[in-house]
Design a binder for this molecule. Structure first.
Ligand SMILES: CCCCC/C=C\C/C=C\C/C=C\C/C=C\CCCC(=O)SCCNC(=O)CCNC(=O)[C@H](O)C(C)(C)COP(=O)(O)OP(=O)(O)OC[C@H]1O[C@@H](n2cnc3c(N)ncnc32)[C@H](O)[C@@H]1OP(=O)(O)O
Length: 217
């Protein structure tokens, strides 16, 4: 694993600059989201659209390239986590705005060997908190969703029990970010994950977080 990681690092140094490796290889389970969440006919929002800036598109292309190694896979993204979009319908929080680019614009990639979920994120203007910057709650949302999805893909269904965030540098709206999470350890039903948010060029560390997920069922 270490060797393959080194190869990727040499190829894409800016993506991996701030990354820490999981301390140990974790026991994972095979969880298939598609078996519980029919996605037929639903739009995959994790694909490029016209609102994606060049930095987001560039990072997306690099990670898509990494999927050819077999280590990474792109995670489809729909506006529902279960098949309940009948009538008025319900929406997953991150996908509850119809217009592209104004809310959470993101896509995710998962590396099973590293129990790692990466989210490429471009916060839109509707996420504003301080003038021109992302609201802390929207930052918590993308962290929980990234690390939570990583925990789900690693261990199966989970709920967030605790989320601890250090906001280090404000996040300008419209910028491109790399949200990088991994499952650090699993103790019984408790799944501990770490996550950080860095700028697309890895020059700024915006946010660090730790999360505790509890396995269900
Ligand atoms: C949003 C989607 C993102 C896109 C994903 C894309 C693809 C993936 C596809 C689908 C995946 C879907 C979603 C992604 C996943 C997550 C992201 C969003 C997650 C959420 O948005 S989720 C909503 C907010 N979340 C809640 O609404 C939780 C409310 N809560 C509860 O439902 C219970 O509280 C629960 C279930 C947490 C535990 O309850 P329980 O009865 O099952 O277990 P119990 O209490 O016995 O605890 C067992 C052991 O955990 C320890 N423990 C428990 N809590 C602790 C704490 N806070 N601190 C330290 N230790 C704690 C105990 O001390 C014991 O430890 P020990 O075993 O050592 O004694």
């Amino acid at each position: 694993m270490l060797r393959s990681y080194s190869r990727l690092f040499q190829r894409y140094p800016t993506i991996f600059t701030l990354t820490r490796l999981p301390t140990a290889r974790l026991q994972t389970c095979h969880f298939s989201i598609s078996s519980t969440c029919p996605t037929e006919g639903l739009r995959d929002f994790g694909l490029p659209n016209a609102t994606w800036g060049p930095n987001l598109r560039n990072l997306y292309d690099k990670f898509l390239d990494l999927t050819n190694t077999g280590l990474w896979r792109r995670i489809p993204s729909h506006n529902t986590t279960v098949n309940h979009l009948e009538g008025i319908g319900k929406r997953m929080f991150l996908r509850n705005i119809d217009e592209d680019g104004v809310g959470f614009e993101y896509c995710m990639f998962y590396n099973k060997a590293e129990s790692r979920m990466v989210c490429l994120f471009q916060p839109g203007p509707y996420l504003e908190g301080p003038p021109g910057y992302a609201h802390g709650g929207s930052i918590a949302t993308i962290i929980d969703s990234t690390a939570g999805a990583g925990a789900v893909y690693t261990c199966g269904s989970v709920m967030t029990a605790n989320l601890n965030i250090n906001y280090l540098k404000p996040i300008p709206l419209g910028c491109t970010l790399l949200v990088d999470s991994y499952v650090e350890k699993i103790e019984g039903r408790k799944v501990y994950s770490r996550c950080h948010i860095q700028s697309h060029d890895a020059l700024i560390l915006h946010t660090e977080a730790m999360a505790l997920y509890i396995k269900l069922g």
